[in-house]
Each structure stands twice: as C-alpha cells, then as structure tokens.
Design a binder for this molecule. Structure first.
Ligand SMILES: *Cc1c(COP(=O)(O)O)cnc(C)c1O
Length: 339
C-alpha cells in the first residue's frame, strides 16, 4: 500500500516523521536536533510572539525519474533568510547550518517525498524566531531555527489554469522603507485584511500597489507579478516587494529562450498593454492571470480570453518545471541532489 494518496494530495500540512530544531544562545548556534513532535515549547515572553521577530522560507524538493531527490536553489533561500534576519535584527542562520538542517530533514523524511510523475513535491519550511524573553521592545538574545517538511500536491490539481485577481487600494502590505523586502510573518499578517476581502469577492488574490503613490504594481499577495508584451517579460522593480526566487529563475529562463526581460516600475495603466500576465512563487510556480479587476477605478483587464494560459507563460512554466523535476538539463546549476 502507498503511504499517501500522492495524486490527490492537497496543498496543505500533512504530518511527517521528523523536524529539525536548532537554538542560538550566548552568541552561538548549537547543533541541529531531531524531533518527532509537531509542537514547540515557547517562552510566554518570546519576542517572536510579541514583537513579530519571525521570518521564514519556502522551497521544494522533487523526486526525479532516476530516483534522486533534487532541491531547488537552496542557497538562494539561505541567503534570503540571512537578509530577513538582518532586517528584523535576529541572529542569522549561517548558510552551512541551513544546508545541513535541510539535508537532514529531507533524508529523515525520504518516504514523504512524492513519487516522480505525481505532480506533487516535498515542501520545506525553514522558520526562525526570537525565542528569548523580553518585555521591553528590543531584539531577543536567543533564537530558534526550525525546519519542517510536508508533502504537497500541485497548486493546480486540474492543470495550470488562469485565476482572477483584484487590485487593492485600501490596504498596504508594506511601506517603501518598511519590511516588504524581508520574508517576515508580519507582512503576511498585514496582508490578511486585503486577502480575505478579495477571496470573499471570488478572487484568487489581491494585487498590492506601491504604498506611496498607488501608481505602480507591487506584487500579487504572496507572489511576484509579471506581464508579457511583444516577446518581453516585464516584472516590477520596487523597494517594498519580496524578491521571488521563482521570478529570478523565470528571468534567466526567458533569457535562454530568446525572450527579452525588463525589471522596472510597472504603472497600473500598463496592465492594458500586456498580452499575458501572471503571478509567480514557489507554491504554484506560475499562476496565469485571467482577469484583473480594479473596482475603485472601474477597470477590468483581461488576458487568456480563451480560458487558457498564454504561450509565453507556458513556455517559461514548462521549462522551469522540467528543470525542477530533473527532466531537463540543469543548465543553470540550480539543482542539488540530496544524498
Ligand atoms: C515567498 C514570497 C514570494 C515568492 O518567492 P519565491 O522565492 O518565488 O517562493 C513572493 N512574495 C512574497 C511576499 C513572498 O513572501
């Protein structure tokens, strides 16, 4: 019998056998420890709970046809967690410790890596928070780093298909000099009002605009935005967005496919000039956008009028997914075999 119904896995949490925990105390990181509990014991005055000293990462490992498990661009996630830690004054997790914890947790949970061809993958969630007790507002002197994994189904179970999004003008996710460039839980908390409103109106997500002028596209909830026109991949440059590793990878893939790329401010009005649009991130890789509604300006921008993702979007998507699954040559050196 199979361990799980791989073909029908949700994109959600499923318990696995082990997770890794590591503590920072007296200026040093301790050894990673293996735990089989899904729970943590946390001080009631931990800064992670009170003052939002918390950052996380999300990445995936894939089972190849050859039975090897491949991890996608873990070093990028390691560096981004170091950046996020610095952004909210936490002790950074050294890249080597990050790698060691990831490899260990994947190896301990090998049976949870979904089989090749199932469309599912192993989602890895590293988490760092202030675990030291402080009542006054200041950075903690102790930190905890945890890595857990959970097998996840493909974001689009019936295949990649366009979703609708709503432009949000009454909530800001992040300010220009705030924490938008860091992957911290606080940004997610700040986005929930807008996300809940969008979902209640039937949209997959919300599109945030730059907080200062409300003139430019920032990002699509927890994913970066891109538009396509005249064989060019265009993605916003902004000081308040999280730099997506998927986006960065799509830019490289576009280059290799002869598609031009631009990273620059994208004014809202430009939405009417794109032939395709999409959101990108680890969870879905790409969510093609069918329609963007801007209720306050009474505007609707439509793409994929035939209900299917556009050709450039599909070319980029297929190549990235093939590299991740180990089906295409790893020409950029992004994959690491977990042994
Ligand atoms: C994690 C995240 C993304 C996607 O980044 P990837 O590295 O591609 O997974 C985009 N926006 C926000 C706000 C995020 O937190």
């Amino acid at each position: 019998m199979e361990l799980l119904d791989w073909k029908n896995l949700p994109f959600g949490y499923i318990k696995t056998d082990y997770n890794i925990r590591c503590k920072y105390k007296d200026g040093n990181w301790g050894k990673p420890e293996v735990s089989s509990s899904e729970y943590i014991d946390i001080h009631i005055a931990a800064t992670g709970l009170h003052y939002g000293q918390e950052a996380f990462e999300g990445l995936k490992a894939y089972m190849g046809k050859d039975g090897k498990i491949r991890l996608f661009r873990w070093d990028e996630n390691a560096n981004r967690l170091i950046l996020s830690a610095g952004g909210i004054k936490m002790a950074p997790v050294p890249a080597e410790l990050f790698r060691e914890a990831l490899f260990q947790v994947i190896n301990l949970n090998r049976k949870f890596v979904p089989p090749y061809g199932s469309g599912a993958s192993l989602y890895i969630r590293p988490l760092l928070y202030g675990s030291g007790a402080e009542v006054g507002v200041k950075p903690a002197s102790e930190y905890t780093f945890i890595v857990f994994v959970t097998p996840v189904g493909p974001y689009f179970r019936e295949g990649i298909k366009p979703v609708n999004m709503m432009i949000c003008r009454d909530v800001d996710r992040a300010a220009p000099l705030g924490t938008g460039i860091f992957k911290v839980g606080g940004n997610y908390a700040a986005s929930l009002r807008a996300l809940v409103t969008a979902k209640a109106s039937g949209y997959a997500s919300t599109i945030f605009l730059d907080a200062r002028e409300k003139k430019y596209i920032d990002e699509c909830g927890p994913a970066n935005f891109f538009g396509i026109k005249e064989n060019t991949y265009i993605t916003p440059k902004s000081v308040s967005i999280l730099n997506s590793i998927t986006n960065k990878s799509l830019i490289d893939i576009a280059g290799s496919l002869g598609i031009k790329t631009e990273r620059r401010p994208v004014p809202v009005e430009e939405l009417s000039t794109f032939s395709e649009a999409g959101a990108c991130g680890t969870a879905a890789v790409i969510s093609p956008i069918g329609k963007i509604v801007d209720p306050e300006k009474n505007m609707i921008y439509e793409y994929c009028k035939d209900g299917k993702p556009g050709p450039v979007t599909m070319k980029l998507y297929n190549k990235l997914v093939a590299i991740q699954n180990g089906d295409a040559e790893d020409e950029f050196g992004w994959m690491t075999v977990v042994e």
